[in-house]
Ligand binder design. Structure first.
Ligand SMILES: [Mg+2]
Length: 247
């Protein structure tokens, strides 16, 4: 009986119109709410970029730190020692320092992500704070993301942090920086590594430019000039065209 009555009510023309009106009303309210919500989200972050930077060979010319690691602090690298040496041995790469200051002065957020591990990381934070003229604090705007080994290959883990920080852009020198940015859907930009660093540490930079075996590494030093002249790298990244002249 109850069922028949309900059916009768539904079939009633007036009720049908009411149902349609309710449905349309519901759709309208949902659309307005969604619009308001997306405006609210955009409004809370009005054009402010979250920009990430790698540290070694991007902000710091730290080649001499790594060259001077004592025998008993290698394999694996003792980063507790490394992170205390920058004051003595590292130089700031001025074009990157200027770029970081540019972003900060225009109200954007800057974060630093290194593949070093975090032992004595406060020393590196202090050194970077002094050189950049910014307040750099470990685990606040300086993050340590060591690589992880899978079947003997060391892979970047920086993308996990990039995602957490919701980065828009990432500047780095290494292939793994470009890979991490792509994994995190962050726009990758390559900082040009100083020639002395390429010679000393050929790998993780356009494959391995110092390895003569073309089968293993298709790109050689001469190919680098082509990449630089076109401002694009092997991962489709942009190349930041200003080159640090060196020590
Ligand atoms: Mg680097």
């Amino acid at each position: 009986m109850q069922y028949t009555r309900t059916l009768y009510w539904i079939m009633n023309k007036k009720s049908k119109k009411m149902l349609v009106a309710i449905l349309l009303g519901f759709l309208l309210v949902t659309t307005i709410f969604n619009n308001w919500k997306s405006n609210e989200m955009a409004g809370s972050n009005p054009g402010i970029l979250n920009v990430g930077f790698d540290v070694d060979d991007t902000i710091l010319f730290s080649r001499d730190v790594f060259l001077n690691i004592p025998e008993d602090k290698r394999n694996p690298t003792d980063y507790g020692w490394v992170n205390m040496q920058d004051e003595k041995l590292s130089l700031f790469i001025e074009p990157t320092v200027e770029l970081i200051k540019y972003f900060k002065n225009n109200g954007h957020n800057v974060f630093l992500i290194t593949a070093r591990s975090g032992e004595n990381g406060d020393y590196l934070a202090k050194f970077l704070s002094d050189g950049l003229g910014l307040d750099i604090t470990k685990d606040e705007n300086l993050f340590f993301c060591p690589k992880e080994s899978i079947n003997g290959v060391r892979y970047t883990t920086k993308h996990y942090q990039m995602k957490k920080l919701n980065l828009d852009l990432f500047y780095g020198d290494a292939d793994t920086d470009m890979i991490a940015a792509l994994k995190a859907s962050v726009y990758p930009v390559r900082i040009i590594r100083h020639n002395e660093s390429i010679e000393q540490y050929g790998n993780n930079y356009f494959g391995n430019l110092t390895d003569g075996e073309k089968e293993k590494n298709p790109f050689q030093m001469n190919d680098l000039k082509i990449f630089y002249s076109k401002s694009v790298g092997i991962y489709g990244e942009s190349i930041y065209p200003i080159i640090w002249k060196g020590p």
